[in-house]
Write a protein that binds this ligand. Structure first.
Ligand code: PLP
Length: 404
């Protein structure tokens, strides 16, 4: 968040890709020294909209009946930068804490000075576990790790706060619900373990989710009846926020909804929550040219000009996180108009069709997605089949991030 890349973008500078296009910069030897960045201003960048993030959190809290929100900020904060997002969300009282999957993300939150609880949902070896606990990061556990917890607690002179993950039918990590009781009894027998939460993940199948919830509640209440403390129970991702109000439990655990994106297209029109995209991907037009009738564009001549047509090259491709499938129907907004992506998306380039007139110029800002109708991530997803999760989470972590 404090990187020179951002300050560069915030200065709003636009260096020309072709230096002779702007003679004053080409001839000024000092110009480059004033820019503390190795990025070209044409390079794609990610914008993060603070106000929309704040709005989405309030919408989720309203929907969840003011239950606390454990914000899922894994996978580089859904493309926005894990520390960027945590720093923006931490001051909001609705946010209880943060959940990540990678150990390095949990550490970078603490390095960034994040104080609220952090739940680490990914796998850990003993060394990681020690370091996580030392930095007040709660591990998510689902195996009999009591002896390791005892060692760590003795070393750090404090008990280990943790959440237990129960698998009620998603079949990935988590103790199977029918083996949950012996595991909890085992963990509870170690004084070093403090169970602060118990969680599950839905398969997001409307009917089967109900069975998963039944399994979870039955297993939890059997243990609670005999005095076992399970802490805060949580299960609700964005899908659940829309679909299963009976599964909000003690705390909700969304990711995508916080970033203002509907995880399913049908939710856009459900009137349940007003979500405003908090992430945009932008770049500048690198080149504009006319293809003559019969000319081709893209690898394998993916596009053939039926008539003379103007096209623009954008310096953004699949290596930046812009999906290859964008060439199958996505549109990009430039100067207020939507232009189709054509040919093929290569590692670092995309091509858009402008039409019979030139209309665009080098340096114009191209919005690949943002919060406007027609260019929302959900619109891109609908147009070309790329999941909104891919659009955000696959954004190259090295792209500059800019707060707006
Ligand atoms: C365990 C867990 N909980 C919650 C979430 C949040 O999901 P979503 O972004 O769909 O709200 C995820 C994300 O995949 C997850 O893996």
């Amino acid at each position: 968040m404090k990187s020179s890349r951002r300050s560069f973008l915030e200065a709003g500078l636009a260096l020309p890709a072709v230096l002779h296009a702007v003679p004053s910069l080409a001839t000024s030897p000092g110009a480059a020294e004033t820019i503390p960045s190795k990025d070209s201003s044409f390079d794609p960048w990610v914008e993060i909209h603070r106000e929309n993030l704040r709005h989405n959190v309030q919408e989720i809290a309203r929907r969840a009946g003011a239950r606390p929100i454990l914000a899922v900020i894994k996978n580089n904060g859904y493309g926005m930068g894990v520390a960027n997002v945590a720093e923006l969300l931490e001051p909001q009282s609705e946010i209880f804490g943060f959940a990540v999957v990678k150990f390095h993300e949990a550490m970078s939150l603490r390095d960034a000075g994040i104080q609220k609880p952090v739940l680490l949902m990914g796998p850990l070896d003993e060394k990681n576990l020690l370091e996580a606990v030392a930095r007040n990061v709660m591990p998510m556990v689902y195996t009999p790790v009591g002896p390791a917890l005892d060692k760590i607690a003795a070393k750090l002179q404090k008990p280990v706060a943790l959440h237990i993950c129960v698998d009620t039918g998603i079949g990935r990590v988590g103790v199977p619900y029918y083996e949950f009781r012996p595991l909890v009894r085992d963990l509870a027998s170690h004084k070093s373990a403090v169970i602060q939460g118990t969680m599950m993940t839905f398969a997001e199948d409307k009917e089967f989710d109900k069975e998963q919830l039944r399994r979870f509640q039955e297993t939890c209440s059997a243990l609670e009846k005999v005095g076992v403390v399970l802490g805060k129970k949580h299960a609700a991702s964005s899908f659940t926020l829309f679909q299963h109000p009976d599964a909000f439990l003690d705390m909700v655990r969304p990711g995508m909804a916080i970033y203002g994106i509907y995880s399913e297209n049908e939710f856009r029109h459900a009137g349940v929550m007003d979500l405003r995209p908090a992430i945009s991907l932008k770049a500048r037009v690198a080149y504009v040219k006319k293809l003559r009738q019969g000319d081709s564009a893209g690898y394998n001549r993916a596009y053939l000009a039926k008539e003379d047509v103007w096209v623009a090259t954008l310096p953004v491709g699949h290596a930046d996180g812009w999906p290859r499938t964008a060439a199958k129907g996505a549109k990009v907004r430039i100067n207020g108009e939507l232009f189709p992506v054509i040919a093929s998306v290569s590692a670092s380039h995309s091509i858009v069709e402008i039409g019979r007139e030139e209309r665009l110029k080098i340096g114009d800002t191209a919005t690949l997605f943002d919060g406007n109708q027609g260019s929302r991530p959900e619109d891109v997803s609908e147009a070309c089949g790329a999941s909104v999760y891919d659009l955000t989470m696959h954004l190259n972590a090295l792209l500059p991030r800019r707060m707006v």
